[in-house]
Design a protein around this ligand. Structure first.
Ligand SMILES: [Zn+2]
Length: 247
C-alpha cells in the first residue's frame, strides 16, 4: 500500500507467540478497496495519535475476506498497549454501539482460518510472512488481555479460529458470499448487555490500544524495512491510484 513507517521506531519481532483479534471504532469495510482505505486511515491515526511507527495491526480483513497486509511481520505490532511482543494483530473493522452491532461475515471467518494456516507459507509475500504456523499458537483477543470491549461480536469467531476454509471453485478467487457467522450464546449475552445500557465506550477502548514504550518513546535501533515486492505492488497500483484520486 506504500505506507511509510517511522523506521527508527520499529522493533524487531522474533518468532511469533500468539494471534490477537480486534475490531475497531468506526465503519466496517465491505471490500478490498474499503479495507485499504481503512488501513491508510489507521496508519495515519496510529502514527499521530499513538506515537506508533505506523498502523498497529499486521493484517486487516474486510467483509469480503480479502487479507490486507499492513505492518510487516518482521516487526512487533502496536495493537495491545505495552504488550505487543510476539503478538500478531488482526483487525476486522466493525464496532458495537447501542445501534450498531457489527459481527463477522463467513468470508472473514474463513479468511482468518486461512491466514492462521498459511501465514507462514510462500502463499504470503515474504515481508508479511510469519516465522511460525499460527494455527499451532494460542489465539486470543484484545478483551482477553485487558479491559476493553474489543473485539465485540467478533470475539467468539476469533477464539474458534474462524470457520473452516473453503477453496473457491471455478475461475473466481472470490469466496462465496454466504452472509454472517451465526451468533453464539455468549454473543447474545453481549447484545443483551448492550440493550441493558452497558454500551462499550470507544474512548476507554482507545486507551488500551497502542505501541510498546520503546516504539512510542525511545527511537530504537534503525530498523531496515524489507525490500519491496514489485510484482505484488504492480497489482495494487490501479486501486491505490483510484483511492488517491478521490481524496
Ligand atoms: Zn482491539
Amino acid at each position: 500500500m506504500g505506507l511509510e513507517f517511522i523506521t527508527a521506531r520499529l522493533g524487531a519481532m522474533g518468532p511469533e507467540n500468539s494471534t490477537v483479534g480486534h475490531y475497531s471504532a468506526g465503519p466496517r469495510a465491505k471490500n478490498r478497496k474499503e479495507g485499504i482505505e481503512r488501513a491508510i486511515a489507521f496508519h495515519a491515526d496510529h502514527k499521530v495519535r499513538l506515537g506508533a511507527a505506523g498502523i498497529g495491526y499486521h493484517y486487516l480483513i474486510p467483509d469480503d475476506g480479502t487479507i490486507i497486509c499492513c505492518r510487516s511481520t518482521f516487526h512487533n505490532g502496536a495493537h495491545v498497549l505495552k504488550n505487543n511482543s510476539g503478538r500478531i494483530g488482526v483487525n476486522m473493522p466493525g464496532t458495537l454501539t447501542e445501534t450498531i452491532r457489527d459481527r463477522p461475515t463467513k468470508r472473514q471467518a474463513r479468511a482468518f482460518n486461512w491466514l492462521l494456516h498459511n501465514a507462514h507459507t510462500e502463499a504470503m509475500p515474504r515481508v508479511h510472512r510469519t516465522d511460525r504456523d499460527l494455527s499451532q499458537l494460542p489465539i486470543t483477543t484484545h478483551k482477553d488481555l485487558m479491559a476493553t470491549s474489543c473485539p465485540g461480536l467478533f470475539r467468539k469467531m476469533y477464539l474458534k479460529g474462524g470457520l473452516p476454509w473453503i477453496e473457491p471453485t471455478g475461475d473466481s478467487f472470490e469466496l462465496e458470499d454466504d452472509g454472517f457467522v451465526d451468533l453464539e450464546p455468549e454473543d447474545e449475552e453481549l447484545i443483551a448487555e448492550v440493550e441493558a445500557g452497558n454500551v462499550p465506550d470507544p474512548e476507554a477502548d482507545a486507551s488500551v490500544f497502542g505501541p510498546d514504550d520503546e516504539e512510542a518513546h525511545a527511537p530504537g535501533e534503525e530498523a531496515e524495512l524489507p525490500e519491496a515486492d514489485e510484482e505484488f505492488d504492480e497489482d495494487l497500483s490501479d486501486l491505490l491510484d483510484e483511492i488517491k484520486a478521490q481524496r
